[in-house]
Design a protein around this ligand. Structure first.
Ligand SMILES: Nc1ncnc2c1ncn2[C@@H]1O[C@H](COP(=O)(O)OP(=O)(O)OP(=O)(O)O)[C@@H](O)[C@H]1O
Length: 611
């Protein structure tokens, strides 16, 4: 049904707004002599690195249909899937290449294929339908699809994936019970099927699901593959009903392929090597037992001798991998790969026209809309921020209620009150450090799957957080103590006071954003943010006289407020209270804010998207 809507899909010719997809039937993916190496530090503080090959010269051909990559944990299934899908850091690829329909995909295969990650990454506060609509609106070109078309596409996916009953249920968050695990997985697959890709990658699609749900997910994938799509997935230990749906099986062990070919012929292949699968044994379990060495060859022939006698092998060589490389299966694959390599013209490339499906302003509108909706449906932080500001506003107002105009209280209380206000502006914004940490995985996934640009995400978060959480509460907080303390009842003075408070708040928030985009965890972010805040507090001039401190780093021990007027105090502190002196501070705070925001954006662009 879904495909009926999509069969005539033609990629647009517009470079900016095109996301070419391989047409149905899906492409044939070939990988030639892939060698992938990672570098690991020997110890936490060690300067020495060890290199480890996690894919050792693997080659294969994956045609339209159900292509399973199986193997014990740590065998390299996910790594192979990621390298083929273009999701693994290319720096580690020491040799080999991946061809899709005999051509190199130069631009980004990530943008024209679909990849369903193992842990479902969805916006928990949105419903299934809203999540799917978000994907449709951002990933289908507006030139080709009207709103009604997109709506129809969302409905088809819901129908196709059996999500009708939970279409209007929220996905769920830590505080909100949402759809079941199986429905979440279906929704994750649906997010990708929206673009009707004919090449679909899935990383362990059944992990964490009960047997029936896992089965129904695999039936769904099989249905898609029967319509001509190339479905490639890694899977750990499937039950028989799932295994029987595989067309092609790639069996891996320690970064090498020990069998690749028709799933139905795998048992015969291993039986020829002397292994015996008991009549009621699940073939998938049998293969893993063979791979792990738990089962040994029972019938003895030349090949089985090789399997059990590893003395003949070069050290670290896996006998099963060596036998596979000498098998007719592999020689056949090798022949076909050689033919492909011979006929392959490196100049002809595919995917040059990959780009975002929608323009910047449209992405900004949709992503900001989702962010605002997320805040409204998850308003705890905003309420807490508002409550905190009102509480502290009243507290400061009560402590310094109607500040006297006579010395020394007039001066001492005013400096104390301003110190308290500024500190509250800074520390009251600590919650901003969670902004880019809590959604980091979602951002990386959506950004690398071509939903939106980094700048769009950055701007939507900044605006959606700044206005409800940072600017509105500041005005409420500032107004309460101002009038309670009985400060100058003058519109201009109140306005300048609000500007100063807002700028202090915004620069503190920007610094928190920068830390949030740079740190990988809350714990780290909290440590990093405390440092500049405490330094600013100490060096702010309220606690230490800067002049005396800079000259001798000695503590101020005279009490300047005793016999001084306000002007004298400011002079003593060498604070310029002329008009320019005032605006100088605002310019400095604006500068800090701009620098922090620019660096935050740079950090977001630098976030490592590779696995
Ligand atoms: N980026 C990386 N850095 C360090 N080690 C890595 C990296 N990627 C993969 N590895 C290592 O390579 C090996 C294969 O990992 P991979 O995730 O591909 O295995 P897998 O077969 O999918 O395992 P599982 O079923 O447990 O997910 C593991 O030992 C893993 O620790």
């Amino acid at each position: 049904m879904l495909d009926e809507v999509l069969v005539n899909e033609q990629p647009s010719t517009d470079t900016e707004e095109t996301m070419p997809c391989f047409q149905t039937p899906g492409p044939t993916v070939t990988f030639h002599n892939l060698r992938y190496r990672i570098k690991e530090r020997l110890g936490m503080f060690s300067r020495q690195w060890v290199e480890k090959d996690i894919l050792r010269d693997v080659s294969g051909i994956l045609n339209p249909g159900m292509n399973a990559i199986m193997g014990p944990t740590g065998s390299g299934k996910t790594s192979l899937l990621d390298v083929i899908a273009g999701r693994k850091d290319p720096k580690g690829l020491k040799s080999g290449q991946v061809l899709v329909d005999n051509t190199i995909v130069t631009s980004d295969l990530r943008l024209c294929s679909a990849y369903v990650v193992q842990n479902d990454i969805l916006m928990g506060t949105l419903t299934v339908r809203e999540n799917l609509a978000f994907s449709a609106n951002l990933r289908l070109s507006r030139k080709e699809y009207s709103s009604a078309d997109k709506q129809m596409r969302v409905d088809s996916v819901i129908q196709e994936l059996g999500l009708k009953d939970c279409a209007d249920t929220k996905i769920g968050t830590m505080f909100l019970r949402g759809v079941s695990g199986g429905e979440k997985k279906r929704c994750s697959i649906g997010m990708e099927l929206i673009t009707s890709p004919s090449l679909l990658f899935l990383d362990e699609p059944t992990t964490g699901l009960d047997a029936n749900t896992a089965n129904s997910i695999m039936e769904l994938l099989q249905k898609l593959s029967k319509k001509g799509k190339t479905v490639i997935f890694s899977i750990h230990q499937p039950r028989y009903s799932i295994f029987s749906q595989f067309d092609h099986l790639t069996l891996m062990n320690k970064g090498e392929i020990i069998y690749a070919g028709a799933a139905t012929k795998a048992i015969t292949y291993f039986e020829e090597l002397g292994y015996k699968c008991e009549p009621f044994n699940n073939p998938a379990d049998f293969f893993l037992d063979v791979t792990n060495g738990t089962v040994l060859p029972q019938i003895h022939n030349n090949k089985s001798e090789m399997c059990s006698n590893s003395d003949e092998m070069v050290e670290n060589e896996n006998p099963l991998a060596v036998i596979y490389r000498k098998s007719p299966h592999f020689l056949n694959v090798k022949d076909r790969l050689t033919q492909i390599s011979d006929g392959f013209d490196p100049e002809v490339t595919k995917g040059d026209r990959v780009g975002y499906a929608t323009p910047f302003y449209y992405q900004l509108m949709l992503v900001s809309g989702r962010t605002v909706r997320n805040i409204l449906r998850n308003p705890q932080t905003s309420y807490a921020q508002l409550f905190l500001n009102i509480f502290f506003g009243i507290l400061v107002g009560l402590i310094y209620y109607q500040i006297p105009h006579t010395l020394p209280e007039a001066l001492q209380n005013r400096t104390g009150a301003f110190f308290f206000l500024v500190i509250n502006m800074v520390f009251g914004n600590l919650s901003a450090v969670e902004l880019f940490i809590s959604e980091r995985v979602l951002f990386i996934h959506e950004n690398s799957s071509g939903f939106y640009r980094t700048s769009v995400y950055f701007l939507s978060k900044v605006f959606a957080d700044l206005i409800p959480n940072r600017i509105l509460p500041v005005f409420i907080f500032s107004a309460i103590p101002y009038f309670m303390m009985g400060l100058k009842p003058d519109v201009e003075a109140f306005f300048l006071y609000c500007v100063t408070m807002s700028m202090v708040s915004l620069s503190a928030v920007s610094l928190a954003f920068l830390i949030s985009a740079s740190a990988g965890s809350f714990a780290m972010a909290n440590i990093l943010i405390a440092l500049p805040y405490v330094v600013m507090m100490v060096f702010g001039g309220f606690l230490v006289n800067l002049n005396s401190m800079l000259s001798g780093m000695s503590w101020l021990n005279s009490n300047p407020t005793k016999l001084m007027t306000g002007d004298m105090y400011l002079d003593h502190q060498e604070i310029d209270y002329s008009t320019w002196g005032f605006w100088q501070n605002q310019v400095a705070l604006t500068g800090i804010m701009c620098v922090c925001l620019i660096l935050t954006y740079v950090q977001l662009r630098r976030i490592n998207r590779w696995k």
